[in-house]
Design a protein around this ligand. Structure first.
Ligand code: G6P
Length: 609
């Protein structure tokens, strides 16, 4: 997805801006550009398709220097990947970079064309450049022009702006897309991700939604959406939090469990508006196809397969589209029937899993409407070979047992479900509720992570056990499967998951006081059914461990342990209930002394069949 870097300093910023773009490359992009104010006071610009290295080669031939500058990596949404569409975009004497999507770009473009503005790109961003120039022309004041412009924009954006008339000032604004201000000594920077700026500073101001700022070398003024001055503390960056080091954590797996709030917020970056989702984020080709989808097939392996299973419940309930989910190793070897208008979704953290890749290649020979990769690695084979892509932004996942990759896949899949519901004109209140729930997820997950000490205590009950059963119903059945898989993978305890209604059809025979039974019990429409299943376990002396909503009112008593989960909107609860199961398997493995990050016999990326 797109990336922004910018700065105002007393040194030439081109090397800093280029290094910033290199640090954002991992997000995925298809063109890059830079604009800076030279010593004579003119804005110069260089752009190129392809890699940042190609932009660098161009700058080696035609150098560009300046102490005030902005730079960008673009991932095409409005308009193909081309030099004309690459950022920065210019109008009159100003240049801007933009992340996000301007939803009302079309009417604004028509108004500006009537006023005589000529467009040189297909982007929504150029609309913002001309609108700023238009307001500046009338007011001769950049701050007022910026405010008038922001008041007219709908959608999600982060903006960086420079103007020839203000050679010592960098402007920026954010709404729905992240933007941080980097504080240096006699210099200020902006970046869509602090990682881009760690080369020059580790002190940051995090802008809130709707805020805009004016930065000079020595000063940083910030205003709210209502144009009221606001003060934010400068925060020291916690290096361990996002780097490839374990930092304060004993294992990568634990660190990655705790990174989930940030990973989910990153995955949602630029995808949500106030009460609806921004479908343009899927890219020009995909957006126009969404209304044509009549049916969905999902293929994946391992943990990614569980994400697909949860998505089936969401998709069928919220969009009415039939959805089928299959492990890729089975799908690739059978004759599939593909009804007209079917979308194939391949889910993979690595994008290199041999069976998932083979399934995608097989699907491309069938009559699918199109293929979509949901993936965490932008340059992976899966992303390159699918027609469309929806990237998760979990960051590198080192622990073999997948954690943050799974919850970001679920986040992306719920977003996709909402996008499909939106194009199919499903009830707007459901769409708005999904958006609210997605937005609140990082905070709810942070709350849930506070259960870690209680779960570490609970894990002691598993010390001498050899088997465990996991139960769930509805979309929490695949979450129970994921919980059982985690326990198997890293603690080597045999664990099975059952849809709780199946208990009587076999597994109940295994239940005795040596068999812990873990239940996933959110406060949903199936709770009463689940309660009956749990009584069946207790009646046979089974030890029950319930991860239950604080409002669920489950029976207490001997042999029953409850971990109370915060209440959440029903649709997102599968994402939330994953967290305690991850923590449980981690703490059991810790007690058993296994190699948590590299469990025996397993590989992170299975590139052979
Ligand atoms: C391996 C990993 C799992 C992962 C599965 C699918 O088995 O150990 O954690 O879920 O591959 O990987 P993918 O990269 O396609 O999601």
């Amino acid at each position: 997805m797109c990336g922004i870097v910018g700065g105002i300093a007393t040194r030439d910023l081109t090397p800093v801006l280029l290094e910033g773009l290199r640090r954002l490359e991992y997000r995925g992009y298809d063109s890059a550009g830079i604009a800076a104010l030279d010593a004579a006071g003119a804005v110069n610009r260089a752009r190129s398709t392809g890699k940042v290295a190609e932009l660098e080669q161009r700058l080696a031939r035609q150098p560009l220097t300046g102490q005030l500058g902005i730079a960008h990596t673009r991932w095409a949404t409005h308009g193909k990947a081309s030099e004309q569409n690459a950022h920065p975009h210019c109008s009159d004497r100003l240049a801007i970079v933009h992340n996000g999507i301007i939803e009302n770009h079309h009417p604004l473009r028509l108004q500006l064309q009537e006023l005589g503005y000529v467009f040189t790109s297909e982007t929504d961003t150029e609309v913002v450049a001309h609108l700023l120039a238009h307001h500046y022309g009338r007011q001769q004041n950049m701050l007022s022009a910026l405010r008038c412009t922001l008041a007219e924009l709908r959608g999600a954006f982060a903006l960086g702006i420079i103007h020839q008339d203000e050679p010592d000032t960098l402007y920026c604004a954010r709404m729905g897309s992240p933007l941080v201000i980097g504080v240096g000594s006699g210099e200020h920077y902006i970046g869509s991700d602090p990682l881009a700026l760690l080369q020059v500073t580790d002190r940051f101001i995090y802008l809130d939604e709707g805020e805009h700022a004016r930065l000079t070398r020595d000063d940083c003024q910030i205003w709210s959406k209502q144009n009221q001055p606001v003060q934010h503390a400068v925060q020291q960056y916690q290096h361990a939090a996002l780097s490839m080091e374990k930092g304060e954590y004993q294992h990568f797996m634990l660190k990655e469990i705790f990174e989930q709030p940030a990973a989910i917020a990153d995955t949602l970056d630029g995808l949500l508006a106030d009460d609806h989702v921004l479908t343009a984020a899927l890219g020009p080709g995909a957006e126009s196809q969404l209304p044509l989808i009549r049916n969905i097939h999902i293929v994946a392996c391992g943990t990614s397969y569980h994400a697909g299973m949860v998505a089936r419940y969401w998709i069928e309930e919220q969009t009415g589209l039939p959805c089928q989910v299959e492990v890729a190793s089975e799908y690739r070897y059978r004759q599939v029937c593909v009804p007209e208008g079917t979308l194939l979704i391949a889910i993979s953290q690595s994008g290199e899993t041999a069976d998932t890749l083979a399934a995608l290649r097989y699907a491309r020979e069938q009559q699918y409407l199109g293929t979509l990769a949901i993936c965490n690695v932008p340059g992976s084979s899966l992303v390159r070979e699918a027609d469309w892509r929806l990237l998760t932004h979990a960051g590198p996942e080192i622990g073999v047992a997948s954690t943050k990759a799974f919850t970001t896949q679920l986040t992306a899949l719920l977003w996709l479900t909402t996008a499909l519901a939106q194009v199919r004109e499903r009830a707007p209140e459901i769409i708005a509720a999904n958006v609210r729930a997605l937005r609140s997820l990082p905070a709810r997950i942070s709350d849930t992570l506070e259960l870690a000490p209680a779960i570490a205590e609970l894990a002691k009950q598993f010390q001498a056990k050899h088997h465990a059963l996991f139960l769930g119903r509805g979309p929490h059945y695949p979450i129970a499967m994921e919980g059982a898989l985690k326990l198997k993978e890293i603690s080597y305890i045999h664990a099975e998951a059952y849809a709780a209604g199946e208990l009587k059809h076999g597994p109940l025979a295994l239940v005795d006081d040596d068999m812990p039974v873990v239940s996933v019990a959110p406060s949903d429409s199936l709770l009463e059914k689940l309660k009956s299943n749990l009584q069946e376990v207790r009646a046979r002396g089974g030890q029950l461990i319930n991860f239950a909503c604080e409002r669920a009112a489950l029976d207490d008593g001997e042999g029953i342990t409850h971990i109370a989960m915060p209440w959440v909107y029903e649709t997102v609860s599968p994402i939330l209930y994953t967290i305690p199961l991850q923590l449980l398997s981690y703490h059991v493995a810790l007690i058993k002394g296994t190699d948590v990050d590299k469990p025996r016999n397993l590989a992170k990326s299975v590139t052979v069949e």
